[in-house]
Design a binder for this molecule. Structure first.
Ligand SMILES: CC(C)(COP(=O)(O)OP(=O)(O)OC[C@H]1O[C@@H](n2cnc3c(N)ncnc32)[C@H](O)[C@@H]1OP(=O)(O)O)[C@@H](O)C(=O)NCCC(=O)NCCS
Length: 174
């Protein structure tokens, strides 16, 4: 298996991975919208024998305090693996590669919405533990699904933060 940056000719195959993994079109549409907005900061694919079997995307995320102090990081997602290739370590390899890369770039944090049992192994923690709230969910209805990994504590605001994903993710609530 090879993990490599996406190429422009890969978009269709990545779309098929997203459709098959999520069994709906929303994540493919989010990916397309992020690319159209040039907000696909990092896209990696997993390839086996010339076939794209997995994909991950990172896009800009913003944390803002009540005093309008801002911190800029990245959001992880969507990430997907073709159903017939699940549980072979491909999803973990994509996530590890992406996180290593963005940490080396000096990105201060990465946030996501996902299952805490899965993302705990990548050192994500419930964002609420750090005083972070997802701006679309002020009452915290999504609970621990909103998660945060901090790479540079010194860059993080001391006070409570409302965090925003790129507007392309609003397609999920459309
Ligand atoms: C989630 C996904 C990317 C994981 O990819 P993968 O290649 O199967 O993952 P890996 O083989 O690296 O890791 C598998 C491990 O993750 C666990 N796992 C996978 N999905 C999980 C979930 N939703 N919740 C909790 N654990 C999960 C498996 O139980 C397995 O655990 P184990 O190692 O203790 O047996 C893949 O299952 C997928 O595409 N799912 C559908 C799309 C999706 O839900 N994407 C993530 C949105 S947050």
């Amino acid at each position: 298996m090879q993990i490599r940056p996406i190429e422009s000719t890969d978009s269709k195959a990545v779309g098929e991975v997203l459709d098959k993994a999520f069994k709906r079109e929303t994540e493919r549409l989010i990916g397309t919208a992020l690319r159209a907005a040039e907000a696909d900061t990092l896209e990696l694919v997993a390839e086996i024998d010339g076939q794209i079997v997995g994909a991950i995307m990172f896009s800009p995320a913003t944390g803002r305090t009540v005093l309008e102090e801002e911190v800029f990081g990245l959001a992880l997602g969507p990430v997907a693996v073709l159903p017939e290739f699940e549980r072979c370590g491909i999803g973990s390899a994509l996530i590890d590669s992406g996180l290593d890369f963005i940490r080396q770039l000096g990105v201060p944090f990465c946030m996501l919405l996902g299952h805490p049992d899965f993302y705990r192994r990548f050192n994500f923690k419930p964002a609420a533990n750090s005083g972070w709230t997802w701006d679309k969910d002020p009452s915290g209805k999504y609970g621990d699904a909103f998660q945060l990994r901090v790479f540079d504590q010194a860059a993080m605001p001391d006070s409570a933060v409302a965090a925003s994903f790129h507007p392309a993710f609003d397609l999920d609530n459309a």
